[in-house]
Design a protein around this ligand. Structure first.
Ligand SMILES: [Zn+2]
Length: 299
């Protein structure tokens, strides 16, 4: 019997046994990663997310149930770039033996925003983690995820590759839609004032200036001098709206909008997909919602 045949046989037995005990468990650290697993993995995997839609992954504190789930997972999917720093400890404490996939591997990260104050609502490291706000980065995320899912279940490579290719085509048209729609805004109105600094990649990809109100804490009473400087800027630059985000405290943004006399459009989804049952409950849906909301407010 050839050596190759033995290798093939043991490979087949390993793959088959993964299925014998049910579908391989894939656990995600955030709702965006979870949606990508559902899109690319279909029903080949048991996909679970540690966080419900609408919660803030930066500030998440893992629960004992999360340790038990990660312990039996075959693959853990995280964004990386410091978005969910708690996953390292969780993986270690659970005795997890599978692969920890960092979706952002291979993208060109932006440096983290410089904070004026160090009381910003979330700690961040060297890089800005919010890379999924540029759809072209998520095309790379999907490549990384596809390869990890194929490594996990090589016998399903054809099905996984086909799903990944179809979803990538959907992402390419989403990227083109965002670029064309936002590109139609007059240059002087392409300004995003928002409650946390999650949209730097979005601004760079689709040609919008981010007016930084980050650096002001959303937890504490803002510094009066900084607030009045921002209000002056919003008025001077005729910024038509201040945006709030579903996972960030809207207090400061609302205060700014009120003081500057501008509107507050519906929440943007930045660090989580939208609520279950809403059209924004998928990654594609959340980006479409953000693009349409921004264009309607700034047009
Ligand atoms: Zn964030």
């Amino acid at each position: 019997m050839s050596r190759l045949f033995c290798v093939l046989l043991s490979f087949f037995v390993t793959s088959a046994s993964a299925f014998a005990s049910g579908k391989p468990l894939v656990v995600s650290t955030n709702t965006i990663a979870h949606d990508l697993v559902l899109q690319v993995g279909g029903d080949l995997f048991q996909a679970e997310c540690l966080l419900p839609a609408g919660s803030d992954p930066h500030a998440y504190e893992p629960k004992p149930a999360d340790v038990r789930r990660v312990a039996v997972a075959k693959l853990v999917v995280a964004n990386g770039l410091g978005f969910e720093n708690w996953i390292t400890k969780l993986v270690k404490n659970s005795g997890f033996r599978g692969e920890l996939l960092i979706l952002s591997t291979g993208i060109t990260p932006l440096a983290a925003a410089e904070c004026e104050d160090h009381d910003h609502h979330h700690e961040h490291g060297e890089f800005d983690p919010h890379a999924w706000q540029d759809v072209s980065n998520v095309i790379r995320y999907v490549d990384n995820l596809r390869d990890a899912l194929v490594r996990l279940v090589p016998m399903q490579a054809a099905a996984i590759n086909a799903r990944a290719a179809a979803y990538t085509a959907e992402l390419q048209s989403l990227h083109a839609y965002a670029a064309a729609t936002l590109g139609g805004l007059p240059a002087e109105r392409r300004k995003l004032v928002t409650s946390h600094d999650a949209l730097a990649y979005f601004g760079r990809a689709y040609g919008l200036d981010i007016v930084p109100i980050a650096g002001l804490s959303t937890e504490q009473e803002p510094n009066a001098r900084q607030v009045s400087r921002l209000i002056r800027r919003i008025r001077a630059e005729k910024v038509p709206a201040v945006f709030i985000e579903s996972t960030a405290n809207p207090k400061l943004a609302r205060l700014l909008a009120e003081e500057a006399g501008v509107k507050v459009p519906p929440s943007l989804y930045t660090d989580s997909v939208g609520p279950e049952g809403s059209p924004a409950n998928t990654y594609v849906g959340m980006i479409r919602h953000n693009v349409d909301t921004i264009v309607a407010a700034l047009r």
